[in-house]
Design a protein around this ligand. Structure first.
Ligand code: HEC
Ligand code: HEC
Ligand code: HEC
Ligand code: HEC
Length: 392
């Protein structure tokens, strides 16, 4: 998925198409998402990246239903997760949410096309999703009337209805979208981070769903008595303050319990004599153990316990030693000795060194940290600063 921050100050829009007086106005919000990529909720690893996910989108919209009405709720596609067992569980939960949130229209983009056929077909059969898509078996377009707005919502770039307000739902990039003529609004799920709407030379307003639902796009249309439409736009961040509703919590609970089943079903990797665990190091390095105990690394598994995510492979991997590697962490019942970010995560498998301390451990470099301190999970990571905090 392309990730590009596009800042187009010149094209940024807060434009007034007409300066006529707006005594009588009709208002319509177009609430849009796109490129959710299976994101249900953020990991919460850092306050700075604690945004996003369909659960919070639902929480925000249901809490502000009245203020936002009347609105069209549109997802431009690429909402599905990866084609993996856990990815499928995410896709299922997202479809459950799309269905319960009563989306007006949903796009069908690359992520949807790459889903396993039988899985996706049976998922769609058990829900009624208003897909607007050029795919066979879906409606290519749909019409909506809301106050004085007469809208044509379509997935086909040629399908313009001149007398209507034309909205295209697509997965193409904004660069390609800006070459399309005749559309009033284009909503893409290309995964590009637009700073705001882009107004093209042909007066098309292009918006792009914020990747992973970190923000909800709200494009407001105000129609004056002269018939002209004035647009305004805002991004609603989906931070920690947003509480999902009980029904969404139930969908998340089902997801979490199925993920946990998935972890139980996974074959146990061969137990071998690889990692030793921290107790083997205590014999000779007690002062290092004492100072490590004071770092957050020593309590990384407790953080997962607090949020009920100890059985989610996508979380466990960075909060333990050697997840799913031979002789590493498997689950907390069978391998409790490898919970938390221990010595061997940085110094390498210590077996040989424990047996003969003249055999040296692996050197620790910035690269060692970056396995876990990624942009998404640790946006404030700065090697010298972080190194200072874990010195022992
Ligand atoms: C196996 C994954 C992993 C590796 C490798 C790793 N860390 Fe961490 N680190 C974590 C996790 C997980 C946490 C959060 C623990 C918690 O609070 O639950 C963390 C937290 C930290 C913190 C605490 C941040 C704070 O603001 O208090 C520092 C500092 C840190 N790591 C530094 C490092 C450095 C430096 C390296 C490399 C030499 C490194 N880490 C390697 C997983 C890792
Ligand atoms: C790629 C590695 C990685 C993955 C995957 C990961 N974490 Fe983390 N986690 C970290 C690191 C690194 C930190 C410390 C970040 C920092 O302070 O810079 C952290 C910190 C945390 C914290 C402590 C936050 C705090 O401020 O006390 C929690 C809670 C947490 N992670 C939960 C999760 C959950 C839940 C998941 C799965 C959805 C997850 N993590 C997946 C690396 C990871
Ligand atoms: C987050 C990564 C990380 C973890 C976890 C970690 N260390 Fe270290 N350790 C380092 C770094 C970085 C240094 C200093 C740089 C170096 O010499 O490699 C270091 C230095 C050391 C040294 C001294 C090296 C010397 O040359 O004097 C010892 C001994 C040591 N660690 C043992 C341990 C033990 C025992 C544990 C577990 C209780 C542990 N470390 C956990 C990263 C880590
Ligand atoms: C039997 C005692 C003993 C045990 C057990 C032991 N070490 Fe050491 N370790 C030493 C000694 C002694 C040195 C210093 C070696 C030297 O100066 O050449 C050392 C050095 C180190 C160093 C410095 C760099 C290097 O490789 O020389 C690190 C890091 C380290 N140990 C980590 C660990 C870790 C991690 C464990 C547990 C997996 C561990 N040690 C277990 C005795 C031990």
């Amino acid at each position: 998925m392309i990730k590009k921050i596009i800042s187009m100050q010149v094209l940024l829009l807060f434009l007034v198409l007409s300066s006529a007086s707006y005594g009588q106005t009709d208002r319509l919000n177009i609430i849009y998402t796109g490129s959710l990529q299976g994101q249900l909720e953020p990991c919460g690893c850092s306050p700075k990246s604690d945004f996003g996910g369909m659960a919070r989108i639902e929480g925000y919209i249901s809490a502000h239903e009245e203020d936002l009405s009347p609105y069209l709720l549109i997802d431009a596609g690429n909402f599905s997760g990866k084609n993996t067992p856990q990815g499928k569980l995410k896709t299922t939960a997202i479809i459950d949410l799309i269905s319960s949130m009563k989306y007006t229209a949903v796009g069908y983009s690359e992520n949807e096309k790459t889903q396993e056929k039988d899985f996706f077909a049976s998922l769609l059969n058990s829900h009624t999703i208003p897909f607007v898509s050029a795919m066979p078996g879906h409606s290519k377009s749909a019409s909506y009337s809301q106050n004085s707005f007469d809208i044509n919502l379509s997935s086909v770039p040629e399908d313009i209805k001149p007398e209507k307000l034309n909205i295209l739902i697509t997965g193409i990039s904004w660069a390609d979208a800006k070459d399309l003529n005749g559309w009033d609004i284009i909503i893409t799920s290309s995964g590009e981070e637009l700073e705001g709407p882009v107004m093209t030379e042909n007066s098309t307003v292009i918006v792009s769903g914020y990747p992973k639902g970190n923000k909800i796009g709200i494009l407001t249309l105000n129609k004056g008595s002269d018939g002209n439409i004035r647009y305004s736009h805002r991004w609603q961040p989906t931070g920690k303050d947003i509480k999902e509703t009980e029904s969404t919590q139930a969908i998340l609970d089902t997801y979490n319990s199925k993920v946990s089943d998935l972890m139980k079903e996974t074959d146990k990797p061969p137990t071998g004599t690889t990692y030793t665990g921290v107790t083997e190091c205590t014999l000779c390095h007690q002062p290092f153990i004492d100072s490590w105990e004071k770092t957050r690394h020593a309590h990384a598994f407790a953080s997962l316990e607090e949020v009920g995510k100890t059985s989610d492979p996508e979380c466990v991997v960075c909060h333990v030693v050697g997840f799913r590697e031979t002789g590493g962490f498997f689950n907390i019942e069978s391998t409790p000795q490898f919970a938390n970010v221990q010595c061997e995560v940085c110094h390498g498998i210590g077996r040989a060194h424990v047996e003969d301390y003249l055999k040296t451990t692996e050197p620790v470099t910035e690269k060692t940290c970056l396995k876990c301190h990624t942009e998404e999970n640790s946006p404030e990571f700065d090697y010298p600063v972080y190194l200072e905090k874990i010195k022992h």
